[in-house]
Design a protein around this ligand. Structure first.
Ligand code: HEC
Length: 176
């Protein structure tokens, strides 16, 4: 299915529900007005995002970097490493970027292969999965801001960000 036929399919919905020609005209006008909006979410996913095992490899690398950043921040919070504001901010930046990018790395053709630990539940409950990923980015943003006020301010904010790891892994990652 090409972009133009997907576009037509989505933009046609108001028309299908309408009654009478006045409504049809209105729906057509709406569809025209929404033209750009309908096109945008469809085009980049097809063109830019990795597919299949490339997507799996990329999301695993992303999670590995999240693991390293979380350990670096956790070590400072536990006192195993000295407090370093710049390091804390850098670690939270990694979590922000990962939380934002992660859900785009789960195309339909990446359910198996490359030793993936992704559960099928991801594709069945994608909105929830995306929501937890967005929470990770938001909470990491708050923790990054808190780092400016020192370790005591960073501790609880980092704790809130790190809770998203378990929340997501419990439902959406194998062997957890
Ligand atoms: C929105 C869901 C979600 C969140 C939030 C999340 N993870 Fe993950 N994580 C996953 C999934 C799914 C996988 C399995 C990916 C695969 O194998 O395809 C994974 C895999 C991993 C891996 C193994 C990577 C590898 O292949 O070696 C580590 C480490 C990890 N996560 C750490 C974390 C940490 C630390 C956090 C919190 C800061 C976190 N994750 C937050 C879903 C999430």
């Amino acid at each position: 299915m090409g972009i133009s036929s997907s576009l037509f399919g989505i933009c046609r919905i108001p028309d299908a529900q309408s009654e009478g020609s006045r409504m049809k005209t209105l729906a057509f006008g709406l569809a025209m007005a929404m033209g750009i909006g309908c096109l945008l979410p469809l085009a980049p996913a097809a063109a830019d995002e990795p597919t299949g095992t490339d997507a799996i490899a990329e999301r695993q690398d992303l999670m590995k970097s999240v693991g390293r950043a979380t350990k670096a921040a956790g070590d400072m919070v536990k006192g195993a490493q000295p407090w370093d504001q710049a390091k804390a901010e850098e670690a939270m930046q990694t979590l922000i970027e990962a939380g934002t990018r992660f859900p785009s790395l789960f195309p339909e053709d990446s359910k198996t292969g490359h030793d993936t630990e992704a559960k099928a539940a991801i594709w069945d409950n994608f909105a929830e999965f995306e929501q937890i990923s967005a929470s990770l980015a938001e909470d990491a943003e708050a923790a990054k801001a808190a780092a400016a006020n020192g370790l005591e301010a960073f501790q609880p904010a980092f704790g809130a960000a790190a809770r998203n790891c378990r929340t997501c892994h419990e439902d959406f990652r194998e062997s957890n």
